[in-house]
Design a protein around this ligand. Structure first.
Ligand code: FEO
Ligand code: CA
Ligand code: CA
Ligand code: CA
Length: 617
């Protein structure tokens, strides 16, 4: 095994748990607000208003709400200038509007409110620069822009142009409108951003008597949508089914005359060229359709396929791996046409799903028409159809081939020193004793764990659990990693290796014993320094748990999510999502004065060392 991280040490003093309206970072560090919800990106947006009266047009030209996954794309390799691409996962309607969401007596939402909500979702592209040690948003930069739940995008891969995705908006099935509930993210070896559609089923409603199998499997609501966007169609101001498209109920005989297929244009990995605002974003359907948390490249080797890992974040769902048909050509690391390179590696290939055996081995099961199903000596082709039908019903295909249902797969990432893959399994409070297996070994799992695997030959792998979340005082069969008060955590979600081999772990916890002790947090560990003789990172235990250190605690009510860093590691960027009251001012560590309620704002914060050195070491 590569031991490149041998000389790296986590030199910060860990922070204690905290339950305040402030961000807590180690001694010698600063945390500063950088790009909160509502920050204008160009002259078409008014400044953010404390009273919630910004318009839908303002929101289309300003940073979106509820920041999640993100990535920093340096300009000319610099560490003081670049583009931050930030997912805006969902919205808080109470904070978005002056007095929360409204509707008419007959249940119709006002079109302007709905447009503002649609524009608060998606992705924000923000040019940021650092001068004299201080980062700020470069307003009016021509690369600043938004992708929202209404932005026109291309469909590519097996579903593109099929009957499944033909709608009144795109009668040939080549275009889609909007990306939604963009949770985790990813990036490619050729310099593009990946944004991932997670809880998008909830923006739709389908009142038909029987739902298509894929919609049933993914949980499209049958009574009401999450925000009632479809109800705004009633006021007559919409064009091209702007709002009607969120109601999937078939209206006639021809699918191209209504929006029954609209949901089939969601649930994908979406590729964006950060440096080209003119090109449309592309939905890469070959990587599967489900509640995609994120999408991360595996170990990259010249002449071998490019692989991407992705988790389906719902209870008892699966972990996936896409293997490209084309082999990696290092000349593609800096291509002239990034989206054409994306097409080369992401539109053709084989999607697999993971089976974890209790003996520590595992297999990647291909989701192809000739793949055998577990029962009846059948194949996916016989059960579901050709590749487009298999992709449309990815989760069902995974059921049929015998994949292992996991405790809510969230973020994954690859150790730059040895290619080991890590993925968070955030929690699963519905797993019963008779549903336990080795990778998901705790019933009513409210704490979560991080699983790790090393790829082998012929689609096999070996896996272990790297760390179990738990309260320090929980009994040993729960607190299996011997966490202490100094590093107890639960519900791991965000997960990112930086190039130094430091693994940053972020939490999205709710009600449990750890949440009583501390708000959500970010911890750091260097797995390649915690190894067994075979070179695997071992499961953290009483001998090794002190390697895991708490670096940051967020303000009340928030989750900590999203991680990006400058190439020189002197600035790291983290998102504070859905805080209860925060922030008070630009100093993220400043608590909101009690008794002075403010409109909470999710935000990207930047963390730096006061002496300008590398963060974390
Ligand atoms: Fe949006 Fe799975 O967290
Ligand atoms: Ca989130
Ligand atoms: Ca998440
Ligand atoms: Ca989560």
């Amino acid at each position: 095994p590569d031991t490149g991280a041998r000389n790296t040490r986590l030199r910060f003093e860990p922070v204690p748990g905290s339950k305040t309206d402030a961000v807590v970072v180690p001694e010698g560090y600063t945390a500063t607000i950088l790009a909160p919800w509502g920050t204008p990106l160009n002259g078409q947006a008014n400044a953010w208003k404390e009273d919630g009266t910004n318009s839908a047009e303002d929101q289309a030209n300003a940073v979106g709400m509820h920041h999640d996954g993100m990535h920093f794309f340096p300009i000319d390799g610099r560490s003081d200038d670049g583009l931050l691409l930030v997912n805006n996962e969902y919205i808080d309607q109470r904070a978005l509007h002056p007095d929360g969401p409204t509707q008419s007596e007959t249940g119709q939402r006002p079109a302007d409110e709905v447009r503002k909500e649609i524009n608060a979702h998606g992705v924000s592209v923000v040019r940021i620069t650092k001068k004299e040690g201080r980062w700020s948003v470069a307003s009016d930069d021509p690369l600043n822009r938004r992708y929202t739940s209404a932005t026109v995008m291309d469909l590519a891969g097996p579903l593109a142009g099929t009957d499944h995705v033909k709608t009144a908006f795109s009668r040939d099935g080549t275009r889609a409108r909007g990306t939604n509930n963009n949770c985790g993210n990813g990036y490619t070896p050729w310099g593009t951003y990946l944004t991932c559609e997670e809880n998008w089923p909830d923006i739709f409603v389908n009142r038909a008597e029987t739902l298509p199998a894929d919609q049933q499997r993914l949980g499209i609501p049958t009574e009401q949508s999450r925000y009632g966007w479809e109800t705004a169609a009633g006021d007559g101001s919409e064009k091209d089914g702007e709002f009607a498209r969120f109601d999937l109920t078939p209206r006639g005989d021809d699918p191209r005359e209504d929006y029954r297929n609209e949901a089939s244009t969601f649930g994908y990995i979406v590729e964006i060229d950060p440096f080209d605002g003119q090109r449309r974003a592309v939905k890469r359907t070959a990587l599967g359709r489900f509640r995609h948390e994120g999408c991360w490249p595996g170990k990259l080797e010249p002449g071998k396929p490019v692989v991407f890992y992705s988790g389906h974040d719902a209870r008892f769902e699966y972990i996936y791996k896409f293997v490209s048909e084309a082999n990696w050509d290092p000349a593609d690391a800096d291509p002239r046409d990034r989206l054409a390179t994306g097409a080369k590696y992401m539109d053709k290939g084989t999607l697999h799903v993971a089976r974890f055996n209790d003996d520590g081995t595992g297999q990647w099961l291909p989701l192809t028409p000739d793949a055998p199903t577990q029962q009846n000596y059948s194949t996916l082709g016989k059960e579901l159809g050709e590749l487009p039908e298999i992709i449309l019903n990815t989760a069902r295909a995974a059921d049929l081939v015998g994949a292992t249902p996991m405790d809510r797969p969230e973020w994954g990432n690859v150790d730059p020193h040895n290619g080991d893959v890590y993925m968070t399994l955030t929690n699963n409070d519905e797993r019963e004793i008779d549903q336990l297996n080795a990778p998901n070994p705790r019933p009513r799992n409210e704490n979560g764990q991080i699983i790790r695997w090393r790829e082998g030959d012929d689609g096999s792998f070996r896996w272990t659990i790297f760390v179990f979340g738990a309260h320090a005082k929980a009994p040993d069969y729960i607190n299996r990693s011997a966490l202490t008060q100094a590093n107890q955590f639960a519900s791991p979600d965000g997960l990112m290796f930086d190039p130094r081999g430091i693994l940053w772990i972020q939490t999205d916890n709710s009600d449990n014993a750890v949440a009583e002790y501390t708000n959500d947090q970010m911890l750091a560990v260097i797995p390649s320094q915690v190894t067994t003789r075979e070179g695997y990172a071992t499961t953290l235990d009483t001998r090794t748990q002190e390697h895991l250190k708490r670096f940051l605690v967020g303000p009340n009510g928030c989750e900590i999510t999203g991680f990006a860093a400058t190439p020189d590691h002197t600035s790291i960027f983290v998102n504070v999502q859905h805080p209860a009251n925060w922030p008070h001012d630009e100093d993220a560590t400043q608590a909101t004065p009690s008794g002075n309620p403010v409109r909470p704002r999710s935000s990207t914060i930047v963390i730096q060392r006061k002496d300008g050195g590398e963060v974390g070491v």
